[in-house]
Design a protein around this ligand. Sequence first.
Ligand code: CTP
Ligand code: MG
Length: 225
Amino acid sequence: DKLAVVIPAAGVGSRMQAQMPKQYIPLLGKPILVHTLEKLAGLECVSQFMVAVSKEDGYFSSALLPDSRFSHCEGGQERADSVLLALKALAPSRPDWVLVHDAARPLVALDDIHQLISQCINQQQGGILAAKVKDTIKRGAELVQETVPRASLWQAFTPQMFRYEELLAALEFGLSQGANITDEASAMELQNQPVQLIAARTDNIKITTPEDLPLAEFIIQQQGK
Ligand code: CTP
Ligand code: MG
């Protein structure tokens, strides 16, 4: 089976409140995007990588791409638009499967990605890295309305892996319906397609707010030991 990877990297990082888009903030001296791409380059079973970059991006350079399997395309307004544009850019190479991985998740473990790939191929079903929720979860605004039973709740991470043609169709449908699609699985769910939950390490954080930066540097240092 032919595998491709899409890396949405076209966001502005508004919650980070930095001068530059968060994917270019350095961790231990190296931009977050480069950490992510170098990690993914360790996947020898992947033949092509497509990075979605904003057309307003003044920081991107092809010199940031680790090897000749990587290319880039223009991103879109929302994350789902960026992923769809990258899938379309991969069309000429007709991959069987695609993994989508956030540029903002440089800490993902290759072991977890290999687990996801083998589960999806063995079961012939898409899947996502995820973790059971640890905290007690409340619904509410200023006051608590209720406590949501936690037993069946999962946090969805990336990568998320689906058959290329099915994900393309699901995203096109979801976006045409104006649905709120914050990950690939949510588009597949709208089509009543099964999505496997693959339990993963919880240090695969999405770098989102300033307090994530020192935490991410600490995790990188621990992983290097
Ligand atoms: N992303 C993208 N295209 C967009 C929006 C987001 O490719 N139009 C990417 C981001 O670059 C990031 C990933 O999707 O790697 C996950 O999105 P998120 O963490 O929300 O990043 P931002 O949208 O940049 O951050 P914020 O929501 O705080 O503005
Ligand atoms: Mg966002």
